[in-house]
Write a protein that binds this ligand. Structure first.
Ligand SMILES: NC(=O)C1=CN([C@@H]2O[C@H](COP(=O)(O)OP(=O)(O)OC[C@H]3O[C@@H](n4cnc5c(N)ncnc54)[C@H](O)[C@@H]3O)[C@@H](O)[C@H]2O)C=CC1
Ligand SMILES: N[C@@H](CC=O)C(=O)O
Ligand code: NA
Length: 428
């Protein structure tokens, strides 16, 4: 019999349990496709006795996940613990040093330490694969690294955090408050162990950094990404957007401009009838544009047990088949340093401010916008019952710098109450 590929799995939570189930359920068909069995030798997690709904009694147990890297009966270390440092990093480094291939779902680790890990893996001649880390079950990394490898990539954009998309669409559809919807997302297994990674846009920005590295041949650089979360988005914003035929999405954009690679992950307004506007629930969508292919739209589940395990398994199968690719699609030592270029593209903006309801307040804000060079397209003061007046402004095309200057000047007028919300409107 052909020798099996033996996995050591660290982390038996949502994704780890999904992987065990997939290995057990689809063993025969995977062996038929790959030409050799894929087996689990050893596992590690915080609790050995927790009921996970899968039988792990046939696998060796390690209390210390890093010990998986030292086991002779492990060919591929699968890191499904999460965390940008700690045992996830120690295990990945130990596995590479021990000459073992690594499959990871850990976008935080890869976005922050991916360059060093890639250089180490390539120097040691081992694989470091991470399809599950970006847009869960969507084979987006495989598409970029293989199917689209002949293109000069011009833009990558998309919705890459299922939790945020779930929260935003469910708030709109059910008219439910943020907290209720947040808890639903938790029950569905979408949330990171630290949910601020999700709602703060950080998780999605980790993913964008990885896609940008592959698409644009740069070192992954999370710090170069202009970042914004959905925490300040209220049901009023969602309703106001809907009134204008728009929807709010946490949207990532990476594009090459004359000033270099610009990357942003911020809540934006998109046309409600566009593919991105139509995206519901925990689903992700990545739009890739290249000079030859023009545009490819990938849509699918970005999180959850089965979809994420599917992506992990795809990487494991590539390793079993002997496919060897540079970690980010070209040798890590040849990746360029990305410049932290602030997005300069001109776009219309949506601005919501709450003003003190007194004579001249609206005029003061209009003047502040004018002083910042921001031209108003539409302005509407909403009906209100108390001394605060919500005001919505749609601007003509302008830059984020100008909008931030306008907001700062507005705050100085003394008539603005609370935090204004400024969202770019992405028209194409
Ligand atoms: N849940 C999802 O849908 C997705 C998760 N991911 C990523 O996959 C990885 C795993 O995520 P989940 O399965 O959701 O996490 P989880 O929290 O459900 O499970 C984590 C597992 O790792 C173990 N673990 C954590 N820290 C440990 C430590 N210090 N020592 C030993 N064991 C430890 C836990 O006991 C648990 O079994 C993370 O990197 C996450 O970002 C990626 C895509 C989707
Ligand atoms: N928390 C993440 C899980 C997958 O990466 C998300 O909501 O998308
Ligand atoms: Na993926």
């Amino acid at each position: 019999m052909t020798h099996p590929l033996r996995l050591g799995i660290a982390g038996l939570g949502t994704v780890g349990t999904g992987l065990v189930k997939l290995v057990q359920t689809n063993a025969a068909l995977i062996e038929a496709r790959v030409g050799r069995p894929i087996e689990i030798s050893a596992v590690s997690a915080r609790s050995r006795s927790r009921n996970r709904g899968v039988d792990i009694s046939g696998y060796a147990w390690e209390d210390d996940p890093v010990a998986l890297a030292r086991r002779d009966d492990v060919d591929v270390v699968v890191e499904l613990m999460g965390g940008e440092n700690g045992p996830a990093k120690a295990l990945t480094e130990a596995a590479i040093a021990a000459g073992k291939d690594v499959v990871s779902a850990n976008k935080a680790l890869l976005a922050l330490h991916g360059q060093a890990l890639a250089e180490a893996a390539e120097a040691r001649g081992v694989a470091l694969r991470f399809e599950a880390a970006v847009a869960g079950g969507i084979p987006v990394i495989k598409s970029l690294m293989e199917g689209l490898a002949g293109n000069r990539i011009t833009r990558i954009k998309g919705v890459m955090n299922g939790t945020c998309n779930y929260i935003l669409t469910r708030m709109e559809d059910a008219g439910l408050p943020y907290d209720t919807v947040f808890e639903e997302a938790n029950q569905l297994g979408y949330l990171e162990a630290d949910p601020t990674l999700d709602v703060g846009g950080i998780d999605a920005a980790h993913k964008l950094a990885l896609l940008a590295a592959i698409g644009f041949g740069v070192q992954p650089n999370f710090d170069a990404i202009e970042l914004g979360g959905i925490e300040k988005i209220s049901i009023e914003d969602i309703r106001a957007a809907a009134d204008m035929g728009l929807r709010i999405k946490l949207l990532g954009v990476a594009q090459m401009t004359g000033r270099g690679l610009e990357q942003s992950m911020t809540p934006c307004l998109v046309p409600a009838d566009s593919p991105l506007g139509q995206l519901k629930g925990g689903t992700n969508m990545v739009v890739i544009e290249g000079d030859a292919v023009e545009q490819v739209v990938l849509r699918g589940p970005g999180a959850g047990e089965g979809p994420t395990a599917s992506a992990v398994m795809g990487d494991v199968i590539d390793i079993a088949r002997g496919l060897r690719l540079p970690v980010f699609g070209q040798p890590a030592t040849t990746l360029a340093q990305p410049i932290a270029a602030r997005a300069t593209a001109s776009k219309p903006f949506y601005l919501r401010m709450t003003l003190m309801d007194k004579p001249g307040a609206l005029a003061k804000v209009a003047e502040a916008l004018g002083l910042a060079g921001v031209s108003i397209n539409r302005m509407r003061q909403q009906g209100h019952a108390d001394t605060r007046a919500p005001v919505l402004v749609i601007t003509h095309k302008t830059t984020r710098d100008a909008i931030e200057h306008a907001v700062a000047l507005s705050l100085k007028t003394g008539v603005v109450v609370g935090d204004p919300v400024a969202l770019a409107i992405e028209e194409d």
